[in-house]
Design a protein around this ligand. Structure first.
Ligand code: SAM
Ligand code: DTB
Ligand code: SF4
Length: 317
Protein backbone atom coordinates (compact mmCIF):
# COMPACT_ATOMS: atom_id res chain seq x y z
CA UNK A 1 0.00 0.00 0.00
CA UNK A 2 1.25 3.46 -0.91
CA UNK A 3 1.94 5.54 2.22
CA UNK A 4 -1.12 7.74 2.84
CA UNK A 5 -0.86 11.53 2.94
CA UNK A 6 -1.92 13.67 5.89
CA UNK A 7 -4.86 14.99 3.85
CA UNK A 8 -6.07 11.45 3.06
CA UNK A 9 -5.94 10.44 6.70
CA UNK A 10 -7.63 13.63 7.84
CA UNK A 11 -10.43 13.15 5.32
CA UNK A 12 -11.12 9.66 6.66
CA UNK A 13 -10.74 10.70 10.30
CA UNK A 14 -13.37 13.42 9.85
CA UNK A 15 -15.97 11.29 8.03
CA UNK A 16 -19.45 11.11 9.52
CA UNK A 17 -19.11 8.57 12.33
CA UNK A 18 -21.44 5.95 10.78
CA UNK A 19 -19.40 6.01 7.56
CA UNK A 20 -16.07 5.93 9.43
CA UNK A 21 -17.21 2.97 11.54
CA UNK A 22 -18.50 1.10 8.49
CA UNK A 23 -15.18 1.53 6.68
CA UNK A 24 -13.17 0.54 9.75
CA UNK A 25 -15.30 -2.55 10.28
CA UNK A 26 -14.96 -3.55 6.65
CA UNK A 27 -11.16 -3.44 6.97
CA UNK A 28 -11.23 -5.14 10.37
CA UNK A 29 -13.21 -8.09 9.00
CA UNK A 30 -10.74 -8.60 6.17
CA UNK A 31 -7.93 -9.27 8.62
CA UNK A 32 -9.31 -10.43 11.98
CA UNK A 33 -12.22 -12.28 13.55
CA UNK A 34 -14.32 -9.42 14.93
CA UNK A 35 -15.29 -11.24 18.13
CA UNK A 36 -11.71 -11.68 19.40
CA UNK A 37 -9.78 -9.34 21.69
CA UNK A 38 -6.14 -9.84 22.60
CA UNK A 39 -5.64 -9.67 26.37
CA UNK A 40 -2.27 -8.21 27.44
CA UNK A 41 -1.23 -7.79 31.05
CA UNK A 42 1.20 -5.03 31.97
CA UNK A 43 3.74 -5.04 34.77
CA UNK A 44 6.15 -2.32 35.78
CA UNK A 45 9.38 -4.15 36.57
CA UNK A 46 11.25 -0.94 37.39
CA UNK A 47 9.09 1.95 38.54
CA UNK A 48 9.83 5.69 38.77
CA UNK A 49 12.95 7.82 38.92
CA UNK A 50 13.20 8.11 35.12
CA UNK A 51 15.67 10.72 33.77
CA UNK A 52 13.43 11.62 30.79
CA UNK A 53 11.00 14.55 31.03
CA UNK A 54 7.94 13.19 29.16
CA UNK A 55 5.25 15.67 30.30
CA UNK A 56 2.55 13.02 30.60
CA UNK A 57 4.51 10.58 32.71
CA UNK A 58 4.20 10.14 36.48
CA UNK A 59 7.45 8.16 36.46
CA UNK A 60 9.64 11.05 35.36
CA UNK A 61 12.08 12.20 38.07
CA UNK A 62 11.52 15.77 36.82
CA UNK A 63 8.07 16.01 38.42
CA UNK A 64 6.70 15.64 41.92
CA UNK A 65 4.02 12.96 41.44
CA UNK A 66 2.47 10.23 43.61
CA UNK A 67 4.95 7.76 42.03
CA UNK A 68 8.40 7.40 43.59
CA UNK A 69 11.41 5.39 42.47
CA UNK A 70 11.22 1.75 43.56
CA UNK A 71 13.63 -1.20 43.43
CA UNK A 72 13.44 -3.48 40.40
CA UNK A 73 11.23 -6.54 40.70
CA UNK A 74 12.98 -9.90 40.90
CA UNK A 75 12.67 -12.58 38.22
CA UNK A 76 10.61 -14.65 40.69
CA UNK A 77 8.17 -11.80 41.34
CA UNK A 78 7.70 -11.31 37.62
CA UNK A 79 7.21 -15.05 37.00
CA UNK A 80 4.53 -15.10 39.70
CA UNK A 81 2.70 -12.14 38.15
CA UNK A 82 2.95 -13.70 34.69
CA UNK A 83 1.51 -16.98 35.96
CA UNK A 84 -1.40 -15.09 37.54
CA UNK A 85 -1.98 -13.18 34.29
CA UNK A 86 -2.06 -16.46 32.38
CA UNK A 87 -4.56 -17.95 34.85
CA UNK A 88 -6.79 -14.94 34.31
CA UNK A 89 -6.70 -15.48 30.56
CA UNK A 90 -3.99 -13.11 29.28
CA UNK A 91 -1.92 -14.30 26.31
CA UNK A 92 0.64 -11.49 26.26
CA UNK A 93 2.68 -10.17 29.16
CA UNK A 94 4.30 -6.74 28.81
CA UNK A 95 7.10 -5.58 31.08
CA UNK A 96 7.89 -1.87 31.41
CA UNK A 97 10.91 -0.13 32.90
CA UNK A 98 11.23 3.59 33.64
CA UNK A 99 14.52 3.85 31.77
CA UNK A 100 15.69 6.33 29.16
CA UNK A 101 17.68 3.52 27.60
CA UNK A 102 18.87 0.02 28.33
CA UNK A 103 22.28 -0.15 30.03
CA UNK A 104 24.31 -3.35 29.91
CA UNK A 105 24.76 -4.96 33.31
CA UNK A 106 22.83 -6.87 35.96
CA UNK A 107 19.54 -4.94 35.52
CA UNK A 108 19.37 -5.78 31.81
CA UNK A 109 20.51 -9.39 32.46
CA UNK A 110 17.53 -9.66 34.83
CA UNK A 111 15.12 -8.41 32.18
CA UNK A 112 16.49 -10.96 29.71
CA UNK A 113 15.87 -13.66 32.35
CA UNK A 114 12.31 -12.31 32.87
CA UNK A 115 11.64 -12.62 29.14
CA UNK A 116 12.77 -16.27 29.21
CA UNK A 117 10.49 -17.01 32.19
CA UNK A 118 7.47 -15.38 30.53
CA UNK A 119 8.05 -17.27 27.30
CA UNK A 120 8.53 -20.54 29.23
CA UNK A 121 4.99 -20.04 30.56
CA UNK A 122 3.72 -20.01 26.98
CA UNK A 123 2.88 -16.30 27.03
CA UNK A 124 3.93 -13.81 24.39
CA UNK A 125 6.52 -11.49 25.93
CA UNK A 126 6.72 -7.76 25.27
CA UNK A 127 9.10 -5.20 26.79
CA UNK A 128 9.24 -1.43 26.87
CA UNK A 129 12.62 -0.31 28.16
CA UNK A 130 13.44 2.87 26.24
CA UNK A 131 16.23 3.09 23.68
CA UNK A 132 18.39 0.05 23.01
CA UNK A 133 21.39 -1.02 20.95
CA UNK A 134 21.37 -3.65 18.18
CA UNK A 135 23.25 -6.05 20.46
CA UNK A 136 20.73 -5.58 23.28
CA UNK A 137 17.87 -6.12 20.84
CA UNK A 138 19.60 -9.29 19.63
CA UNK A 139 19.83 -10.61 23.20
CA UNK A 140 16.14 -9.93 23.79
CA UNK A 141 15.24 -11.70 20.55
CA UNK A 142 17.38 -14.67 21.52
CA UNK A 143 15.56 -14.85 24.88
CA UNK A 144 12.32 -15.17 22.90
CA UNK A 145 10.95 -11.62 23.07
CA UNK A 146 7.81 -11.42 20.90
CA UNK A 147 7.39 -7.63 20.68
CA UNK A 148 8.97 -4.36 21.76
CA UNK A 149 6.83 -1.35 22.66
CA UNK A 150 8.20 2.09 21.88
CA UNK A 151 5.60 4.78 21.24
CA UNK A 152 6.00 7.76 18.93
CA UNK A 153 3.37 9.33 21.20
CA UNK A 154 2.37 12.27 18.93
CA UNK A 155 3.34 14.08 15.73
CA UNK A 156 6.93 15.17 15.11
CA UNK A 157 5.73 18.77 15.35
CA UNK A 158 4.04 18.37 18.74
CA UNK A 159 6.77 16.12 20.15
CA UNK A 160 9.05 18.96 21.28
CA UNK A 161 6.21 20.43 23.38
CA UNK A 162 5.91 17.16 25.30
CA UNK A 163 9.47 15.84 25.67
CA UNK A 164 12.80 17.69 25.55
CA UNK A 165 15.26 14.98 26.60
CA UNK A 166 15.12 12.97 23.36
CA UNK A 167 14.10 13.48 19.75
CA UNK A 168 11.57 12.00 17.36
CA UNK A 169 14.47 10.64 15.33
CA UNK A 170 15.82 8.84 18.44
CA UNK A 171 12.43 7.17 18.67
CA UNK A 172 12.35 6.19 14.98
CA UNK A 173 15.91 4.86 15.19
CA UNK A 174 15.00 2.57 18.10
CA UNK A 175 12.00 1.23 16.18
CA UNK A 176 14.35 0.37 13.30
CA UNK A 177 16.76 -1.36 15.69
CA UNK A 178 13.88 -3.48 17.02
CA UNK A 179 12.73 -4.31 13.49
CA UNK A 180 16.26 -5.21 12.37
CA UNK A 181 16.58 -7.67 15.27
CA UNK A 182 13.47 -9.51 14.02
CA UNK A 183 11.28 -8.48 16.97
CA UNK A 184 7.75 -7.32 16.15
CA UNK A 185 7.08 -3.62 16.61
CA UNK A 186 4.47 -2.16 18.95
CA UNK A 187 4.19 1.61 18.54
CA UNK A 188 1.40 4.08 19.00
CA UNK A 189 0.59 7.21 20.91
CA UNK A 190 -1.47 9.23 23.31
CA UNK A 191 -4.40 11.54 22.61
CA UNK A 192 -5.51 14.31 24.95
CA UNK A 193 -2.13 16.01 25.34
CA UNK A 194 -3.27 19.32 23.81
CA UNK A 195 -2.47 18.20 20.26
CA UNK A 196 -4.50 19.19 17.19
CA UNK A 197 -6.46 16.73 15.07
CA UNK A 198 -3.78 17.16 12.41
CA UNK A 199 -1.16 16.11 14.99
CA UNK A 200 -3.12 12.91 15.59
CA UNK A 201 -3.43 12.23 11.87
CA UNK A 202 0.25 13.01 11.38
CA UNK A 203 1.15 10.45 14.06
CA UNK A 204 -0.96 7.91 12.16
CA UNK A 205 0.73 8.92 8.92
CA UNK A 206 4.18 8.28 10.39
CA UNK A 207 3.15 4.93 11.87
CA UNK A 208 1.43 3.90 8.62
CA UNK A 209 4.49 4.79 6.56
CA UNK A 210 6.83 2.52 8.53
CA UNK A 211 7.75 -0.36 6.27
CA UNK A 212 6.68 -2.89 7.40
CA UNK A 213 3.94 -1.29 9.46
CA UNK A 214 3.87 -1.96 13.23
CA UNK A 215 2.21 -5.24 14.21
CA UNK A 216 0.66 -3.52 17.20
CA UNK A 217 -0.59 0.04 17.72
CA UNK A 218 -1.56 1.18 21.22
CA UNK A 219 -3.92 4.13 21.34
CA UNK A 220 -3.76 5.70 24.80
CA UNK A 221 -5.96 8.44 26.22
CA UNK A 222 -3.92 10.62 28.52
CA UNK A 223 -4.17 9.61 32.17
CA UNK A 224 -3.68 13.04 33.72
CA UNK A 225 -1.60 12.50 36.86
CA UNK A 226 -1.16 15.15 39.57
CA UNK A 227 2.25 16.78 39.50
CA UNK A 228 2.89 16.23 35.77
CA UNK A 229 2.82 19.28 33.48
CA UNK A 230 -0.29 17.85 31.75
CA UNK A 231 -2.18 17.27 35.03
CA UNK A 232 -4.85 19.86 34.40
CA UNK A 233 -5.73 18.99 30.80
CA UNK A 234 -9.42 18.11 30.33
CA UNK A 235 -10.33 14.50 29.52
CA UNK A 236 -10.92 13.72 25.85
CA UNK A 237 -14.39 13.05 24.47
CA UNK A 238 -14.57 9.24 24.08
CA UNK A 239 -15.75 9.72 20.48
CA UNK A 240 -12.34 11.20 19.68
CA UNK A 241 -10.81 7.91 20.79
CA UNK A 242 -13.27 6.08 18.54
CA UNK A 243 -12.19 8.22 15.55
CA UNK A 244 -8.51 7.67 16.29
CA UNK A 245 -8.95 3.91 16.60
CA UNK A 246 -11.05 3.67 13.44
CA UNK A 247 -8.45 5.66 11.49
CA UNK A 248 -5.64 3.48 12.84
CA UNK A 249 -7.60 0.38 11.77
CA UNK A 250 -8.09 1.74 8.25
CA UNK A 251 -4.53 2.92 7.62
CA UNK A 252 -2.65 0.20 9.55
CA UNK A 253 -5.06 -2.60 8.64
CA UNK A 254 -3.19 -5.67 9.87
CA UNK A 255 -2.12 -4.28 13.24
CA UNK A 256 -3.58 -5.17 16.57
CA UNK A 257 -5.04 -1.82 17.57
CA UNK A 258 -4.95 -1.63 21.35
CA UNK A 259 -7.46 0.38 23.37
CA UNK A 260 -4.83 1.22 25.97
CA UNK A 261 -4.58 3.70 28.87
CA UNK A 262 -7.71 5.62 29.81
CA UNK A 263 -10.29 2.84 29.93
CA UNK A 264 -11.30 3.52 33.55
CA UNK A 265 -12.83 6.79 32.31
CA UNK A 266 -14.90 5.01 29.62
CA UNK A 267 -18.35 3.46 29.95
CA UNK A 268 -18.89 -0.09 28.74
CA UNK A 269 -20.72 1.36 25.74
CA UNK A 270 -17.82 3.65 24.83
CA UNK A 271 -15.43 0.69 25.04
CA UNK A 272 -17.73 -1.33 22.79
CA UNK A 273 -17.76 1.50 20.26
CA UNK A 274 -13.96 1.32 20.29
CA UNK A 275 -14.16 -2.43 19.53
CA UNK A 276 -16.64 -1.67 16.73
CA UNK A 277 -14.14 0.87 15.41
CA UNK A 278 -11.51 -1.85 15.11
CA UNK A 279 -9.78 -2.06 18.47
CA UNK A 280 -8.93 -5.71 19.12
CA UNK A 281 -6.57 -5.64 22.06
CA UNK A 282 -6.72 -4.30 25.61
CA UNK A 283 -4.55 -4.09 28.69
CA UNK A 284 -6.06 -6.61 31.04
CA UNK A 285 -5.45 -6.42 34.77
CA UNK A 286 -6.26 -3.94 37.52
CA UNK A 287 -3.13 -1.84 36.99
CA UNK A 288 -1.38 -0.35 33.97
CA UNK A 289 2.19 0.60 34.96
CA UNK A 290 1.43 2.94 37.86
CA UNK A 291 -2.23 3.92 37.36
CA UNK A 292 -5.48 1.94 37.67
CA UNK A 293 -7.09 -0.12 34.90
CA UNK A 294 -10.47 -1.90 35.00
CA UNK A 295 -10.67 -5.04 37.19
CA UNK A 296 -10.24 -8.46 35.53
CA UNK A 297 -13.80 -9.39 36.48
CA UNK A 298 -15.28 -6.26 34.91
CA UNK A 299 -13.45 -6.90 31.65
CA UNK A 300 -14.49 -10.54 31.63
CA UNK A 301 -18.10 -9.42 32.17
CA UNK A 302 -17.82 -6.83 29.39
CA UNK A 303 -16.52 -9.39 26.89
CA UNK A 304 -19.18 -11.89 27.94
CA UNK A 305 -21.97 -9.33 27.58
CA UNK A 306 -20.70 -8.46 24.09
CA UNK A 307 -20.34 -12.11 23.10
CA UNK A 308 -16.63 -11.55 22.53
CA UNK A 309 -13.70 -13.69 23.65
CA UNK A 310 -9.97 -13.72 24.25
CA UNK A 311 -7.88 -14.10 21.11
CA UNK A 312 -5.49 -17.06 21.08
CA UNK A 313 -1.75 -16.47 21.41
CA UNK A 314 -0.05 -15.38 18.18
CA UNK A 315 3.58 -16.25 18.87
CA UNK A 316 4.69 -18.52 16.04
CA UNK A 317 7.20 -20.65 17.95
N1 SAM B 1 10.45 4.32 29.48
C1 SAM B 1 10.04 3.64 28.33
C2 SAM B 1 9.61 4.54 27.19
O1 SAM B 1 9.24 5.65 27.41
O2 SAM B 1 9.62 4.06 26.06
C3 SAM B 1 8.92 2.64 28.59
C4 SAM B 1 7.80 2.97 29.56
S1 SAM B 1 6.74 4.32 29.12
C5 SAM B 1 5.80 4.53 30.58
C6 SAM B 1 5.63 3.60 27.91
C7 SAM B 1 4.56 4.47 27.32
O3 SAM B 1 3.51 4.66 28.24
C8 SAM B 1 4.91 5.88 26.89
O4 SAM B 1 5.56 5.92 25.66
C9 SAM B 1 3.54 6.53 26.80
O5 SAM B 1 3.02 6.42 25.49
C10 SAM B 1 2.70 5.72 27.78
N2 SAM B 1 2.30 6.55 28.93
C11 SAM B 1 3.06 6.92 29.97
N3 SAM B 1 2.38 7.70 30.82
C12 SAM B 1 1.13 7.82 30.32
C13 SAM B 1 -0.05 8.52 30.74
N4 SAM B 1 -0.05 9.26 31.84
N5 SAM B 1 -1.16 8.44 29.99
C14 SAM B 1 -1.15 7.69 28.85
N6 SAM B 1 -0.08 7.01 28.40
C15 SAM B 1 1.06 7.09 29.12
C1 DTB C 1 1.29 1.81 26.05
O1 DTB C 1 1.10 2.33 24.93
N1 DTB C 1 0.61 2.10 27.14
C2 DTB C 1 1.12 1.37 28.28
C3 DTB C 1 2.21 0.48 27.64
N2 DTB C 1 2.24 0.93 26.28
C4 DTB C 1 3.53 0.37 28.25
C5 DTB C 1 1.50 2.24 29.39
C6 DTB C 1 0.39 3.15 29.87
C7 DTB C 1 0.87 3.87 31.07
C8 DTB C 1 -0.19 4.71 31.71
C9 DTB C 1 0.29 5.44 32.90
C10 DTB C 1 0.79 4.57 34.00
O2 DTB C 1 0.10 3.61 34.43
O3 DTB C 1 1.89 4.84 34.54
FE1 SF4 D 1 10.61 7.67 31.41
FE2 SF4 D 1 9.16 6.27 29.68
FE3 SF4 D 1 7.99 7.83 31.56
FE4 SF4 D 1 9.27 8.97 29.52
S1 SF4 D 1 7.44 7.65 29.36
S2 SF4 D 1 9.45 9.54 31.68
S3 SF4 D 1 10.95 7.53 29.19
S4 SF4 D 1 9.19 6.02 31.92
Amino acid sequence: MLAPTLAEIRAVHDLPLPELLFRAQTVHRQHFPVDEVQLCTLLSVKTGGCPEDCSYCPQSAHYDTPVSAERSLTVEEVALAARRARENGATRFCMGAAWREVKDGPAFDQVVAMVREVRALGLEACCTLGMLSPEQARRLKEAGLSAYNHNLDTSRKHYGDIISTRTYDDRLRTLQTVRDAGITVCSGGIIGMGESIDDRCELLRTLASLDPQPESVPVNALVAVAGTPLASLPPIDPLELVRMIASARIFIPKARVRLSAGRTALTREAQLLCFLAGANSIFFGDKLLTTPNPEFADDQALLAAAGMRAAPSEHAT
